[in-house]
Design a protein around this ligand. Sequence first.
Ligand SMILES: C[S@@+](CC[C@H](N)C(=O)[O-])C[C@H]1O[C@@H](n2cnc3c(N)ncnc32)[C@H](O)[C@@H]1O
Ligand SMILES: [Zn+2]
Length: 300
Amino acid sequence: METIIGEPLGASLADPGPLRCPGCHGALRGTDDGFDCDEGCGASLPIRDGVLVVSGAPTDDNQIAADFYNSKLWPKVRFWESLFWALNGGERRAREVVLRRLPQTPGLRLLDVAIGDGVYTSWLPADWSIVGIDISMTQLAACRRRNSGRDLRLILGEAEDLPFHDHEFDAVLSNGGFNHFNDPEAALREMARVAKPGAPVVIADEMPDFLSFGHRLGFPKLDRWIASKLMSMGDDFAGLVERHRNIDIAEIGRRVLDNSRYEVIWRRGGGGYLMFGAAPADEPVRATSDAPRAAALVGA
Ligand SMILES: C[S@@+](CC[C@H](N)C(=O)[O-])C[C@H]1O[C@@H](n2cnc3c(N)ncnc32)[C@H](O)[C@@H]1O
Ligand SMILES: [Zn+2]
C-alpha cells in the first residue's frame, strides 16, 4: 500500500490498494489528484490536504457527530476524557487494554474506523500499514499532522459504508466512536466484510449509558444537561448520546462476529467496554492464508 502522508501527492497514489468505488463498488484508477471510478459510474474522489474524500455530507446522526468533532466543543470535552483516562490508570495504560487485542503480526494491514486525531497510531508497530477513516476533516487533519512519515492512508468517509473491497484487512480496530455511529450494527457488518475471514475486529468505547446519575434519580434530563452544558457537548451531540444509551453492544457483536466476546474495561468514571471477535467467512471465501485467526485474540 502506498503512503499518502508525508509524501508528495502524485505517482505514489496510482495504486488504489484496498479502495473500491463508493458508487458502483467497482475498481478505481489513480488520477493526478485522487481516484476516479474505472467502471464508468462517474464517481471521482479528490484528495484534499492529504485526505481522500470519499463521502460528502454524512447521513442522519453522523452529521451531528461530524459537526461536533469539527467544532471547538470536542477540545473542551477532551478535558473530561483526560480525567477519564486518569481515573483508569492513565491514557497509555488504558488504551493498551484495547490495542493489545490486535495481533502483533509484522507488516499487518490495519483498518482503524473513526481514527480521529490518531493519538495512539504512533504506538502501533512501525511496519504496519494503516488505513484510517473518519467523518471529521478536522480530526483527520490533526491525525495527519501527528503521524507524518507513517504508512498511513486517511479517508473522509462513514463507518457504515466503507469504501473497500471485501476481505482486505488483517485486523480492524474502532475505538471511541462506535456508540454514536448512526448505525453501529451496519458499521460492524462493514468492518467484518472488509476484514479477511477470521481476522480480528476490535471495538471499544465508553459505556453507552455512562451518564446515569440523572436516570437513576428519575431525572433523565439531568444527564442530558450534564452532557450538553457541564461537559460542553452541545445540545445536538448530547441528544445523540441520550438516543444511543440503550444500544446492546454485546448483542450486536453476537449478531455480526464469530466467537464474539464482551468485557467491561475502564471501570471508573462511567466505565467502558471491549467487544471483539472474528470476521466470519462468507461464500465464496477468498484465499486467506495470511489472515491472523481469531485464536490470535484469545489469551492476548
Ligand atoms: C472520541 S473520537 C475517537 C478517536 C480515536 N479513535 C481515539 O480513540 O482517540 C470519535 C471519532 O469517531 C468519528 N466518527 C463518529 N461517527 C463516525 C462514523 N459514522 N464513521 C466514521 N467516523 C465516525 C468522529 O469524527 C471522531 O473522530
Ligand atoms: Zn463506480
